[in-house]
Write a protein that binds this ligand. Structure first.
Ligand code: AMP
Length: 218
């Protein structure tokens, strides 16, 4: 059974940390549209520069660009057995495009799940402004809640940790507005289709991981 796993939840709900682990555990690629877009920005491609103007305002990058990136990525060979899709879809139009992409897989042979990280939003801005990640392995740290052993250095790769340009309070607030307006309606969209799995995303990384495994292995 091909596992098609997508994830919903507000910014900094813990999706990145858990989906990184999950992709390793299942052996499926971790496809994260935010990181794919940041890679284009780092290479200063025309697509990257265009995307940056939206990311810097906490808005969604226009659907044609993200749709093209995701369509190409999901058609690669390593997605044949399954994928862990983090950060896509983020609007109803994107969800509809994903249905078209997935239509190529026989429904009987696919296990599609939309996993919603349900979390108390109070602490999330504080999580965002303290967040760091490793540019090499993608591991996510937090200066306050999950510090690296040596300040600013990845525990695994020994390279300097980076802070995302959009992880400041002003842009974070705009990202929450965008999430509430454009992405939150997907919860009902998938619920009506009978494929929504609600995950209590409060608590420690290990607690959330165990709950996630229960859902994925259902
Ligand atoms: P993330 O790393 O998931 O927090 O995404 C960072 C930023 O990239 C978002 O605030 C958006 O501007 C952009 N982005 C990521 N995924 C998408 C998407 N599926 N559609 C549109 N914009 C996206």
């Amino acid at each position: 059974m091909k596992k098609e796993l997508i994830f919903l939840g507000p910014p900094a709900c813990g999706k990145g940390t858990q989906t990184n682990k999950l992709s390793e555990y299942l052996g499926f690629p971790h496809i994260d549209t935010g990181s794919l877009l940041r890679a284009e920005i780092a290479k200063a491609t025309p697509d990257g520069l265009y995307a940056k103007s939206f990311i810097d305002k906490g808005q969604l990058v226009p659907p044609e660009l993200v749709g093209q990136i995701i369509g190409n990525r999901l058609s690669e060979d390593d997605c044949k057995e399954g994928y862990v899709l983090d950060g896509y879809p983020r609007s109803l139009a994107q969800a509809e495009l994903l249905e078209k992409i997935n239509a190529g897989t026989d429904k009987e042979k696919a296990d599609f799940k939309a996993i919603y990280f349900d979390i108390d939003t109070e602490l999330l801005i504080e999580r965002i402004v303290n967040r760091q990640s490793c540019p090499k392995c993608g591991e996510i740290y937090n200066k306050k809640f999950k510090p690296s052993k040596v300040e600013n250095i990845c525990d695994k790769c020994n390279v300097e940790l980076k802070t995302r340009a959009d992880d400041n309070e002003e842009i974070a607030r705009a990202r929450f507005d965008t999430y509430n307006k454009e992405t939150a309606p997907l919860i009902e969209f998938y619920e009506q289709k009978g494929v929504l799995y609600k995950l209590d995303a409060n608590g420690s990384i290990d607690d959330v991981w165990n709950r996630l495994l229960d859902i994925v292995n259902k």
